[in-house]
Design a protein around this ligand. Sequence first.
Ligand SMILES: Cc1cc2nc3c(=O)[nH]c(=O)nc-3n(C[C@H](O)[C@H](O)[C@H](O)COP(=O)(O)O)c2cc1C
Length: 193
Amino acid sequence: MNALVIYAHPNPLSFNAALATVVEEELQKKGAEVNVKDLYGMDWNPVLSEDDFRSFHTGKLPEDISSEQNDVKQADFIVVIAPVWWYSVPAILKGYFDRVFSIGFAYEYTKTGSRGLLTDKKALVITTSGADEQTAETSGMLDAMKISLVDGIFGFSGFQEYQHKNLFAVPTVSAEERKQMLDEVRKIIKDYA
Ligand SMILES: Cc1cc2nc3c(=O)[nH]c(=O)nc-3n(C[C@H](O)[C@H](O)[C@H](O)COP(=O)(O)O)c2cc1C
């Protein structure tokens, strides 16, 4: 299995960083080839520019986009790891999808509507929130994430299968509860990857 881990957190001591480590370890235990994209570490440019737009239509893509598209193409399994920021994800991650999951690569428009092109892949989206489970549900935050991020990107791009796992109340839970969350993520990778 070729696994691509797209990780977006600026703090190497964060809970998200611990999640990225655990995910990488479990994938390696399964014998996967693991390619980790630490978007802050890479200093990823998230801004879809006028030149990028033009390149989607001429096919002469900038090197940073074409290199990422090659890695996405090779992946069977994509794991996204990020905190919830303003009911969404950090802009650097949103900008990864804006630029890399481009028209003609991730989707196309046909006379009968849009068609996802990344149909040979599955994905797992792992997010963490400050909100507890009840608040995340009643406020509509979880639904917003599902619609805009999970279905809106992976469903739209034609992924065969995709799942979302949110870990709740991360800033206020105990160290023991965080450890349980990391174990839960290990199990998801074991069973789902
Ligand atoms: C800019 C910013 C926006 C945030 N927006 C939300 C939000 O909309 N909903 C929420 O539940 N938590 C929100 N949070 C809290 C983070 O999701 C939470 O602190 C993080 O998931 C904890 O993981 P970490 O320790 O790895 O950062 C926000 C935090 C920041 C810094």
